[in-house]
Design a protein around this ligand. Structure first.
Ligand SMILES: C[S@@+](CC[C@H](N)C(=O)[O-])C[C@H]1O[C@@H](n2cnc3c(N)ncnc32)[C@H](O)[C@@H]1O
Length: 290
């Protein structure tokens, strides 16, 4: 199902400058990516060979963390970086080409319908991908399909992104903007509840190929402090392309009240007042039945 929000997200990730503007988001997605590797047992790889899919790879955050984890054991690692956005694929191709000895390829891949045979990867990892998919659950099922029997499927999903409190405060200060805002924000619940432990567990348990005894769902929290105007701008400015996702259920008048840069400026002001941003996510790993 393509909703207005998912169409806007697709457009946002297809933008020609996305890889450049997205690089500031790596500050938010890298720490959970490292925690995902830890939970998937990849922080200190054993013997044997690993073929790993970095699904919805963006600029390659998971792959960069894998390169660190496999230092000195590069010959055991093969990576496929897949993303729907040709721009992201271009950027990650360039990035992996600069790493000596890395066996990796980057390709366009729709995570909801991959042109990849079943039972292929030892690990399929999706770091903050599914919440941008039109149908996150079909993405999850597809990941399980392409994992080897006994292989690991891992994902991270936001419970709350660090900018959300600033967004709420910013909106509450704009006359004519909706008040109060729902919690969680409606765009978070449009197609999934991957921020919810019980819901996530239930979805996984409903997939026959999943070994339910291996489901592990952990909360991960960290803080980034934005110390300068440049850092604030780096975080807030790219949000402009996403505003219609966050505000898609508002009336025309409410959207107008926040227009002409008012909402972005108000978010920046809220971050100046509270520069510590708290990022909370769920880290989920599971094994496919052997
Ligand atoms: C929030 S970014 C996460 C990127 C990266 N994994 C990270 O942790 O920084 C979401 C990514 O999902 C990709 N994406 C959205 N829909 C997709 C789909 N159906 N199949 C594959 N990738 C998709 C976007 O192009 C974007 O690169």
């Amino acid at each position: 199902m393509t909703t207005k929000a998912s169409a806007t997200l697709a457009k946002f990730f297809a933008d020609k400058n996305i890889a450049k503007t997205y690089s500031s988001a790596e500050r938010a997605t890298s720490p959970p990516a490292r925690a995902l590797l830890l939970q998937a047992g990849l922080h200190s790889p054993g013997d044997g060979s690993y073929e790993i899919l970095d699904n919805a790879c963006g600029t390659g955050v998971v792959t960069m963390a894998l390169i660190q984890a496999f230092k000195g054991k590069e010959e055991q690692l093969k990576v496929v970086c897949g993303d729907f956005s040709p721009r992201m694929v271009e950027a990650v191709k360039e990035r992996i080409s600069q790493v000596d000895g890395l066996q990796a390829e980057a390709r366009e891949l729709n995570g909801q319908a991959m042109e990849i045979e079943q039972n292929r990867f030892t690990h399929v990892l999706t770091n903050f991908g599914f919440q941008s998919f039109p149908e996150p659950l079909s993405g999850l099922r597809e990941s399980i399909r392409v994992a080897k029997p006994g292989g690991t499927v891992g994902m991270t999903n936001w419970i709350t992104a660090g900018w959300v409190p600033a967004f709420r405060l910013a909106v509450s200060r704009i006359p004519g903007a909706p008040s109060p805002l729902q919690d969680p924000l409606p765009f978070m619940t449009r197609t999934n509840r991957f921020f919810d432990v019980a819901w996530t567990r239930q979805q996984l348990e409903a997939i026959p190929e999943v070994d339910p005894t291996t489901i592990q769902i952990e909360e991960h929290t960290f803080v980034t402090t934005l110390k300068s105007e440049a850092e604030i701008s780096e975080l807030v400015t790219p949000m402009e392309g996403m505003l219609s996702v966050f505000t898609s259920d508002w009336s025309e008048e409410e959207q107008k009240a926040c227009g002409e840069g008012r909402l972005l400026e108000s978010i920046k002001q809220a971050v100046r007042e509270e520069p510590d941003l708290v990022w909370k996510s769920l880290i989920t790993t599971v094994r496919k039945r052997a």
